[in-house]
Design a protein around this ligand. Structure first.
Ligand code: BEZ
Length: 253
């Protein structure tokens, strides 16, 4: 059986979802990487932000649970270090100065296990800089899919982890982090590929949630979702995703 993480299509991700790492550039500024530091890029996908770290003179190590993503990352940036690793259960041969993660942690509901691994690999005083989906993230898209699943007679909850700021910062404090900065914000995000933007997003990101639906069921569902969301998430030939982000800067004490 194909595991959900093997269903990732690294090429579709890289070619049509560049906005994921383009928004991550902003998060790099918050991290403020310094030459000579060792920094872990957790959930590195196809490696573009790992490379951006390396360009700052950092020894950057990228990990991702998807072997397809890591293979693509290694093809893109053959000189960098990439590893297939499970964020809930990983270790490194060295301690790192910082852990950075953009748009990855909402894939992993076992937040405490992830934070425990991160805490273990950080040097004392090491930084954790993350951004991912907060409570309310893609709420309109999720609601439209839920309606479509009801109509198909196949309801089920979405698989993502979108915590509140209070929930996540409490977990951080319980795991031994000092939370220096935390915020949530809405970011209506333009999707790539004009009229096909939402369909592309759905094909890329709902594979785990809707993996057991037939191609015909998915086609019907996606059309229904587009019809339902056209008045709110479509404007002048472009689709948007109703992202809400949680952005954190914390340090290990
Ligand atoms: C996000 O980046 O917010 C996201 C991506 C895929 C699925 C759900 C959320």
């Amino acid at each position: 059986m194909t595991k959900p993480n093997d269903r990732w299509n690294a090429r579709l991700y890289q070619e049509q979802h560049q906005f994921v790492w383009q928004y991550g550039q902003d998060l790099l500024e918050l991290l403020n990487p310094q030459a000579g530091e060792v920094i872990l890029d957790l959930g590195c996908g196809t490696g573009q932000l790992t490379q951006a770290l390396a360009e700052k003179g950092v020894r950057a190590i990228g990990i991702d649970r998807s072997s397809q993503m890591i293979e693509q990352a290694q093809r893109n940036f053959p000189d960098l270090e990439f590893l297939v690793a499970d964020a809930t259960n990983f270790s490194l041969p060295m301690l790192v100065d910082a852990v950075f993660s953009n748009a990855a942690l909402h894939w992993i509901p076992q937040a405490d296990a992830v934070l425990s691994c991160i805490h273990r690999v950080l040097k004392p005083g090491g930084r954790l800089v993350v951004e991912f989906g907060a409570k309310g993230n893609v709420a309109q898209i999720v609601a439209a899919i839920a309606v479509g699943l009801e109509i198909l007679g196949k309801p089920r909850p979405h698989p993502w982890y979108f915590p509140t700021l209070g929930d996540y910062t409490t977990r951080l404090e319980n795991q031994g982090f000092w939370v220096n900065y935390a915020m949530t914000f809405e970011r209506l995000t333009p999707l790539t590929n004009g009229d096909r933007g939402l369909e592309n997003w759905l094909k890329m990101f709902t594979q785990e949630w809707l993996g057991d639906l037939s191609e015909e069921e998915k086609k019907q569902l996606f059309q229904r979702v587009e019809t339902q969301l056209k008045s709110t998430l479509y404007d002048q030939g472009n689709w948007f995703a109703d992202y809400c982000r949680l952005r954190i800067f914390a340090t290990k004490f």
